[in-house]
Design a protein around this ligand. Structure first.
Ligand SMILES: Nc1nc2c(c(=O)[nH]1)N[C@H]1C(S)=C(S)[C@@H](COP(=O)(O)OP(=O)(O)OC[C@H]3O[C@@H](n4cnc5c(=O)[nH]c(N)nc54)[C@H](O)[C@@H]3O)O[C@H]1N2
Ligand SMILES: Nc1nc2c(c(=O)[nH]1)N[C@H]1C(S)=C(S)[C@@H](COP(=O)(O)OP(=O)(O)OC[C@H]3O[C@@H](n4cnc5c(=O)[nH]c(N)nc54)[C@H](O)[C@@H]3O)O[C@H]1N2
Ligand SMILES: [Mo]
Length: 714
């Protein structure tokens, strides 16, 4: 594995996980055949036909007797990077027609979808910082030097941040840890976890008070500016400083410098979303971008124009139906729906609480919820009580060891790839298609998903996958030609279908999406336009240029304006105000990502786990001394949900009052088949996350700022 120096976007930059992929292909623990649980209770290899017979025998009666909602699905993070899953996952979920759909989004970025959806009209209209042209970047709760940027697709963030400083710009980081990103920044502020919204409110308050708020060219495109001004009143720097742990004068200076910079952007990531004020913080990030005149301008926070599948560049430009949340709720706790899914914090209780509508079966797709979602112990007990569980995965891990059937999938190098999702959030408009590099004996994942689509539609275990595929593409074409705003409105569906020959499956769908997309050939209308064939001819990618202003066309709100004060968000401001008076817990837990790691699933690759123990509890020296904890000694961490023990690592890179434990570990569970991971198991931090702590607007889990007690083991 090496970087492609000619790649139009990465210029040859590779993250260590990419090198790890080489080892993934050779990993003897990777599944190479379906597994079915036998009468002895063990998972044993079976043929695909056998596996599908069991799935049909077990799943179909549950659907028939208890209804669609009795079968839940959990969709994990790797689906977001998988063309097969991005195209056929939704087909399967639509056929399943269960309201009990859960994804990793509600332990990740859901608050940003909600704030963006409400402000701009579609949930993927997330402004990304124009890192290559900005002069001032304020980063909250993100560590792109380790994570490589998230909701900000931009390879080599180290180089990009360095160039900001080389051109005289400034990088400011706000994080309860002094991260690698903080180390290369001009300035870093510790913040008490969960207090970003307080800080950003106060910065907005300063902008209004000092007459620095200037929305510039956006003036005619905003709704609710006065309401924002009224809302921030009272959130003075003095009022929020004790809660945030950042001094009032510093807050004033941060606000003035942001307003004073020629071109600036505010960027927040997982530390700002997986916390108790996730939606308010996500909203405030863009409120500040607006108030400083930086939204939708070069060097500010901009909207990518992606080549394929982007909702804010199809349909009627500048106006739409808007975005709704909370259209239905979870059965037990009444938690809100968002993006058609329910908060995964509710999964365990929806299984283990008896009554009408209980979840009886679970399908996991490229997900490891038993490690990645709150209160792992309760979720484990819950899944043990399921009538049936099916997993599509490449390993037998903490989650899939509970399944009755595990269906394997080809690995990343064994399938073609186009990043349908993450190109929508790229710091530059680009498109790149990679064909499969290695062959796989396994059926493509979309074929498995199409076959499951047939099963849950009542077709039995033998499914004609090609006719499912024909139906799916037929429906896509019908929708496109029937949309008056489409570039192929009114065209003959048969002619469009013929043009896509001889492609099948996700690649045929991708070709369609590219060709009707913002740069597409529109099937002959623009002969110079993009098609999948053009991408195939350009193996280093096609550069579609720097980001360009897109307001008002990008908007899909009902008003056709940027909604600066959406009701659902504004309604949460009183909770923020009340929190100013709340007493601070002595210690709170935050996570941290690690360079040679990818959530829970790349720990079976020796090069990514070798070296010294990484699953440590990091504490500030003052806390370690007060709590009587020595370097390397075992600490006990207790929360409302559970208890874990981890070795202590003393470091002043963590703020006093904060303990940091990475997520994605705890690979010592019985029945797992991951030898390398088992030898470097660590502990599962989500044993400590409390499933009852949910951010109320988006339903996202609170995974940072969890109150914990820390003490010496024994
Ligand atoms: N405490 C705490 N918890 C967190 C976080 C945190 O910061 N702190 N982060 C959260 C975030 S941001 C996320 S995204 C979630 C992730 O949550 P999940 O998506 O549930 O977890 P992953 O560890 O990404 O697990 C991915 C699964 O997909 C499998 N897999 C990998 N590639 C493929 C493939 O090509 N096909 C198939 N079928 N399977 C595949 C892996 O074996 C693994 O089982 O975790 C969340 N949990
Ligand atoms: N190497 C590697 N890369 C990854 C992943 C991985 O596991 N490993 N995971 C991928 C995934 S799924 C995602 S979603 C992205 C996430 O990408 P990032 O969001 O950049 O990831 P993190 O490194 O977790 O950064 C979150 C930061 O928030 C800080 N933080 C915690 N609580 C708070 C708070 O209340 N306020 C503030 N301001 N900061 C807080 C943490 O200390 C941490 O430094 O990374 C992706 N890339
Ligand atoms: Mo994530």
């Amino acid at each position: 594995m090496r970087g492609d120096a000619e790649d139009v976007f990465s210029k040859g930059f590779l993250c260590p996980k990419a090198t790890g992929l080489e080892h993934l292909s050779a990993d003897p623990d990777r599944l190479r055949a379906p597994l079915v649980r036998g009468p002895d209770g063990e998972l044993a290899e079976a043929t695909w036909d056998e596996a599908f017979r069991v799935i049909d025998q077990r799943l179909s009666p549950i659907l028939a007797e208890h209804g669609r909602d009795a079968v839940a699905a959990y969709v994990g993070n790797p689906n977001a990077h998988n063309l097969s899953a991005l195209t056929y996952g939704p087909v399967f979920l639509k056929a399943l027609a269960s309201r009990n759909v859960f994804t990793a989004s509600s332990v990740d970025q859901m608050p940003k979808h909600v704030s963006s959806g409400l402000m701009f009209g579609t949930p993927l209209s997330i402004p990304v910082p124009d890192v290559d042209r900005t002069d001032h970047l304020l980063i909250l709760g993100a560590n792109p030097l380790v994570s490589n940027g998230s909701l900000l697709t931009a390879p080599d963030m180290r180089g990009r941040l360095r160039r900001i400083r080389e051109r005289g710009g400034r990088v400011v980081v706000v994080d309860p840890r002094r991260t690698r990103t903080a180390e290369v920044a001009d300035e870093h502020h510790f913040i008490r976890p969960g207090h970003d919204a307080h800080l950003l409110m106060a910065m907005a308050q300063v902008l209004f008070e000092e007459g620095l708020a200037d929305v510039g060219a956006l003036a005619g495109h905003l709704e609710g500016l006065d309401e924002v001004q009224a809302l921030v009143a009272g959130f003075t720097p003095e009022a929020v400083a004790p809660a945030c742990g950042i001094g009032a004068e510093q807050i004033r200076r941060l606000a003035r410098e942001l307003a004073g910079a020629e071109r600036a952007a505010v960027y927040g990531r997982i530390g700002t979303t997986t916390q108790t004020f996730g939606t308010l913080t996500s909203w405030l990030v863009d409120v500040l971008n607006v108030l400083t005149g930086n939204l939708d301008r070069e060097g500010g926070a901009m909207f990518t124009r992606a080549a394929a599948g982007q909702r804010n560049s199809v349909g009627r430009p500048g106006q739409g139906r808007g975005f709704a949340i909370d259209r239905w709720q979870t059965r037990v706790r009444g938690l809100p729906e968002a993006l058609g899914e329910l908060p995964v914090s509710a999964l365990a209780e929806e299984i283990d609480t008896p009554g009408e509508g209980r979840i009886r079966a679970l399908v996991t797709m490229a997900g490891n919820p038993l490690v990645s979602t709150p209160n792992s112990d309760r979720l484990q007990r819950a899944v043990e009580g399921l009538d049936f569980m099916l997993s599509i995965d490449i390993y037998v891990n903490e989650t899939t060891r509970h399944a009755d059937v595990v269906l394997p999938a080809p690995g990343p190098l064994e399938k073609s790839q186009y990043d349908l999702a993450l190109y929508q959030l790229a710091a530059r408009n680009v498109a790149n298609f990679s064909p499969a590099i290695l062959e796989s004996e396994l059926p493509a994942e979309w074929r498995t998903l199409a076959r499951l689509t047939g099963v849950v539609s009542g077709q039995g275990p033998e499914v004609d996958v090609d006719s499912v595929d024909a139906m799916v593409i037929g429906a896509m074409i019908q929708r496109e030609v029937g949309d008056q705003h489409s570039r192929i409105a009114g065209r003959d569906p048969a002619e469009i279908l013929a043009e896509l020959e001889p492609r099948r499956g996700p690649e045929r769908m991708l070709d369609l999406l590219l060709r009707v997309g913002a740069y597409g050939d529109a099937f002959g209308d623009d002969p110079e336009g993009l098609t999948l064939a053009v991408l195939e001819e350009n193996p280093h990618g096609v550069d579609l240029g720097p980001l360009e202003p897109r307001i008002p066309d990008v908007l899909r709100t009902a008003s056709g304006k940027v909604e600066l004060a959406p009701q659902a968000i504004v309604a949460d401001v009183p909770r923020l105000r009340e929190s100013l008076a709340a007493a601070a817990p002595e210690m709170v837990l935050v996570g941290r990502r690690q360079l040679r790691s990818n959530n829970s699933w790349m720990h079976n690759l020796e090069p990514l786990v070798k070296g010294k123990e990484r699953c440590t509890a990091q504490l500030h020296p003052d806390d370690a001394e007060r709590l009587g904890l020595a370097e390397g000694a075992a600490a006990v961490l207790r929360s409302a949900a559970g208890r874990v023990e981890a070795p202590v690592e003393i470091t002043d890179s963590v703020m006093p009052g904060v303990v940091s434990l990475p997520h994605g570990w705890g690979h010592d569970q019985p029945g797992m088949r991951m030898a390398v991971a088992g030898a470097h198991h660590g502990v599962n931090s989500n044993v400590l996350s409390d499933e009852s702590a949910v951010e109320p607007v988006s339903g996202n889990a609170v995974l940072n700022g969890i109150p914990v007690e820390v003490s010496a083991a024994g």
